[in-house]
Design a binder for this molecule. Structure first.
Ligand code: NAD
Length: 290
């Protein structure tokens, strides 16, 4: 397939490379010349404009920072320029309303569009092991599935347009809450005189078990290797968690829901980021919970 890829940052760079590995012809665009050069090295044809990337494309994939940018890129540079009938896949994490509006505008312009945000970080994007949660019609999902499967290990149809973003935001709000709860439990266990490894051995096979504990333990030297073992560098930056929590709470507001734990998690991550920790992994919040 001829695929245009827009947004070759930490995530998009690896994803575009995996489309090339799967045998697709990828024309790649990013505002950053450095990102374009890296894409060229990984087998994409780097181009100087979105218009060049989407010319003759069967599909357009984007991995961009925000809903505002997604709205601008598609509204101004993709609709009317990509061939009629092309499949559009936005994998960025954005608000539900913008995702729905973009899909509606795409349909009016003669395209099928899905929102397909991901779970999994930079390492999973590079390894092609992302999880995609997809919002769109049955037909659009059927067309999107093989393209996404080249970049991930799991592709799930979440429902109509916007449902992919809704799933992503609910999941990440739960992750934020779980991480803070896990950090509190380890801190309290230690203050009560329990060895962290002993607490892990017990809780990881008991009812407190959760992903933040068994796959991403916030305590160094406990559980599989995680950012805690690397001074909380790399991993999932606190600013990105804060972005997702803000989008999640906006979605909750629109749905008339008041998630008390989600709101508290955002407050805690806000103060953590304001204290200069925005670039550190979100599990480093354990340092503030004692
Ligand atoms: P990033 O900042 O590394 O990459 C974004 C890229 O988009 C940059 O290279 C930037 O130059 C480019 N860009 C910005 N505006 C553009 C435009 N108008 N046209 C073309 N290119 C443009 O960000 P990232 O970490 O790759 O994240 C991308 C998306 O993936 C975000 O929505 C983020 O929330 C989501 N996400 C990130 C992670 C993660 O661990 N980093 C995990 C899951 C989801």
């Amino acid at each position: 397939m001829k695929i245009a890829f827009i947004g070759l940052g930490n995530m998009g760079g690896g994803m575009a490379a995996n489309l090339v590995k799967a045998g697709h012809e990828v024309r790649a665009y990013d505002l950053s010349a450095e990102a374009r050069a890296r894409a060229q090295q990984s087998g994409c044809s780097a181009v100087a404009t979105v218009a060049e990337a989407v010319e003759g494309a069967d599909a357009v994939v984007s991995m961009l920072p925000s809903g505002k940018i997604v709205d601008e890129v598609y509204g101004v540079e993709v609709f009317g320029k990509a061939p009629a009938g092309a499949l559009l896949l936005d994998c960025s994490t954005i608000d539900v309303a913008t995702a729905r509006n973009a899909a509606e505008a795409a349909e009016a312009a003669g395209y099928a569009m899905v929102d397909a945000p991901v779970s999994g970080g930079i390492a999973a994007a590079a390894a092609g092991t992302l999880t995609f949660m997809v919002g769109g019609s049955d037909d659009a999902f059927a067309r999107a599935q093989p393209v996404l499967a080249a970049m991930g290990k799991t592709v799930i149809h979440a429902g109509a347009s916007g449902a992919g973003q809704a799933a992503k935001l609910c999941n990440n709000m739960l992750l934020a809450i779980h991480m803070i709860g896990t950090c509190e439990a380890f801190t309290m266990a230690q203050k009560l005189g329990l060895d962290p490894q002993t607490f892990y051995d017990i809780s990881s096979v008991s009812s407190g078990q959760n992903w933040s504990m068994t796959s991403y333990c916030p305590v160094s030297g406990v559980g599989p290797v995680s950012p805690a073992d690397n001074n909380y560098e790399g991993g999932f930056a606190t600013t990105l968690m804060l972005k997702d929590l803000t989008l999640a709470l906006a979605a909750a507001d629109e749905a008339g829901v008041e998630p008390e734990m989600g709101k508290r998690a955002r407050e805690l991550y806000e103060s953590f980021a304001a204290a200069g920790n925005g670039g550190r992994d979100f599990s480093a919040i354990i340092e503030t919970l004692d």
